[in-house]
Design a protein around this ligand. Structure first.
Ligand code: ADE
Length: 222
């Protein structure tokens, strides 16, 4: 999979080199391209935003510069993801769908967002365009939201996780409950002991206990 992101702060994406995502890239399972929006600016001051038509607070990112950047990146099979708190809420099932895509392009808006004609234009050209929010809160821009999505999506690409079983077992698995609590050595830490059942070696009982715990945790989170 190829993942491109367009931003005025390319440095935000340096964590892509680390850990799981860095290894996935080294293994050739995913390729990241980070693009500086400002390099597509057409005026002398490298301006990328302007005041909103109709008045109001803040600045809006100009369509021309976004058009220049996205025309370079969008291909027939690309999905364009526009990050905005007004978008559809990101979820594990959305991550699973995007993990089978061939090319994702993340448009990271800042300020009050990107001129809506950018969305309209690429939709009218029959590209798949998705406005996505990672939650009901307002971030300074789409960069951190993109990183969240990229991590959740990339780890679902076959071969990225060393142990595919952890995918099958994991929490937020499109149903609405969370995973069971986990423990490792030592068996007692600061007077708190690991639940006896986990030391029993009885795999049937352990599986039952874990299922019950998972449901319990899910309930408290709904
Ligand atoms: N930009 C600002 N806030 C955001 C959010 N919650 N999700 C996605 N993009 C954003």
């Amino acid at each position: 999979m190829k993942i491109d992101a367009v931003t005025i702060f390319p440095e935000y994406f340096s964590p892509l080199k680390l850990s799981l995502l860095g290894k996935a890239q080294e293994a050739g399972l995913v390729e990241f391209g980070i693009h500086d929006l400002r390099s597509y600016a057409t005026n002398v001051h490298n301006q990328v935003d302007d005041t909103p038509y109709g008045g109001g607070a803040g600045m809006v990112m100009m369509p021309e510069v976004w058009g220049q950047a996205l025309d370079k990146l969008m291909e027939i099979d690309s999905d364009l993801i526009i990050l905005t708190p007004a978008g559809k809420r990101f979820s594990q099932s959305m991550a699973a769908k995007f993990s089978t895509a061939s090319h994702l392009v993340f448009a990271c808006g800042r300020y009050e967002g990107i001129d809506d004609r950018v969305r309209q234009y690429y939709q009218s050209k029959n590209f798949r365009v998705h406005e996505v929010s990672i939650g009901d809160y307002v971030l300074g821009g789409g960069e951190v939201a993109s990183l969240v999505m990229i991590e959740a999506i990339t780890r679902l690409i076959p071969g990225v996780l060393g142990n595919p079983e952890s995918l099958a077992q994991e929490s937020h698995n499109e149903q609405d409950y969370l995973e069971y609590p986990n423990f490792t050595k030592p068996a007692t830490w600061r007077d708190i002991s690991v639940p006896e059942i986990l030391l029993s070696g009885n795999h049937g009982e352990i599986a039952k206990w874990r299922a019950a715990q998972a449901v319990e945790r899910g309930k408290s989170n709904l």
